[in-house]
Design a protein around this ligand. Structure first.
Ligand code: BTN
Length: 326
């Protein structure tokens, strides 16, 4: 019911500042006005700013920024067909995996979004700093059919590409796509992807793809340890970015690339990724088997690995880890 009320209020907000009366909502949804009032209160608790004006009704003020179910329009085939919003989660990846364990199966493309994370996870055992109501924190659960485990890692560049395209479309900012999964802006990190997959060598059982984007965080929201290496769209662009629009675009681009991947294979997606990856052609430094190397990033392998020509002239393929552009 809450979802339907959010949807009605969001729809009304598209036509300018239009109020809907409690009576009209109650009639439309077949419940009492008292029940509507209770739902309005719970939507407010979850971040909805709802103005109530006597004799006019209710108006959702922040519909462009609201990520609640009912507000986010999901016009996709797979990604987000089922959509869960939680005001708070430890980590959306952990929440998705818990649901998978408890329920045995989940809808392909299930999206779990959290308003805030108390234990957000980054790659390589790092933490992901999450700020209530200012970032986008989501996980997508996928069950691609007949995909060998060795190809699961391709879901990382696929997702990075989709997030990159959504960011560019919504903000027009000079976003960079850094191998393997970093979204960068003006040399600092803006977003990242955490892929957790499980299965047998010949068949991926599930993939949980976590996406974190620093959207409207201010300099004050960044802990000292991150201020030199992390940034947000707001810090760089100087404007608040409507999180709902951005999330909708992320889901849409992800859906398009995922459908392409399932039907045509990975090459079309990799070709696009290669064209946009800012690491290619750059001199980089990286750790490899406890030693530090430098070399030239020359290509993206068909499994998503980074092909590097190291200074000794030999080529190697990096499949994980961090690279520093020199
Ligand atoms: C990285 O670049 O280190 C990956 C960051 C991934 C962060 C997102 S936020 C939503 C999802 N849930 C998590 O706990 N992590 C990912």
């Amino acid at each position: 019911m809450q979802e339907q009320i959010v949807a009605l209020l969001t729809e009304a907000s598209k036509e300018g500042p239009r109020y809907i009366s409690g009576g009209d909502i109650a009639k439309e949804l077949g419940v009492t006005r008292a029940a509507i009032w209770k739902y309005i209160e719970s939507i407010r608790k979850e971040g909805g700013i709802i103005e109530a004006v006597p004799r006019h009704g209710y108006r959702l003020v922040n519909s462009e920024d609201l990520l609640l179910a009912g507000a986010v329009e999901v016009k996709t085939e797979t990604i987000g067909r089922e959509y869960v919003y939680l005001p708070e989660a430890d980590s959306t990846n952990s929440e998705a995996k818990r649901r998978l364990r408890q329920q045995g199966s989940l809808a392909d493309g299930l999206v779990v979004v959290a308003g805030c994370q108390t234990a957000g996870k980054g790659r390589m055992g790092r933490a992901w700093h999450s700020v209530p109501g200012k970032g986008i924190y989501l996980s997508v659960v996928l069950f691609p059919e007949d995909l060998p485990m060795s190809k699961a890692s391709l879901l990382t560049p696929l997702t990075a590409l989709a997030v990159y395209e959504a960011l560019v479309k919504v903000t027009g900012l000079p976003i960079e796509l850094k191998w393997p999964n970093d979204l960068m802006l003006n040399g600092r990190k803006l977003g990242g992807i955490l892929l957790e997959a499980s299965g047998e060598p010949d068949r991926l059982r599930y993939a949980v793809i976590g996406i974190g984007i620093n959207v409207n965080l201010t300099e004050q929201d960044m802990p000292d340890t991150l201020s030199d290496i992390a940034t947000s769209l707001y810090i760089e662009g100087g404007k608040l970015v409507p999180r709902r629009y951005l999330l909708q675009e992320v889901l849409r681009f992800l859906d398009t690339h995922y459908r392409g991947f399932v039907t045509l294979g990975s090459e079309p997606m990799l070709a696009e990724y290669r064209g946009l990856c800012s690491t290619l052609g750059k001199k980089i430094r990286f750790a490899w088997h406890d030693e530090t190397y430098s070399g030239l990033a020359t290509g993206i392998h068909s499994d998503g690995g980074l092909v590097v020509e190291i200074d000794s002239g030999k080529s190697l393929i990096l499949r994980s880890g961090d690279v520093h552009c020199l």
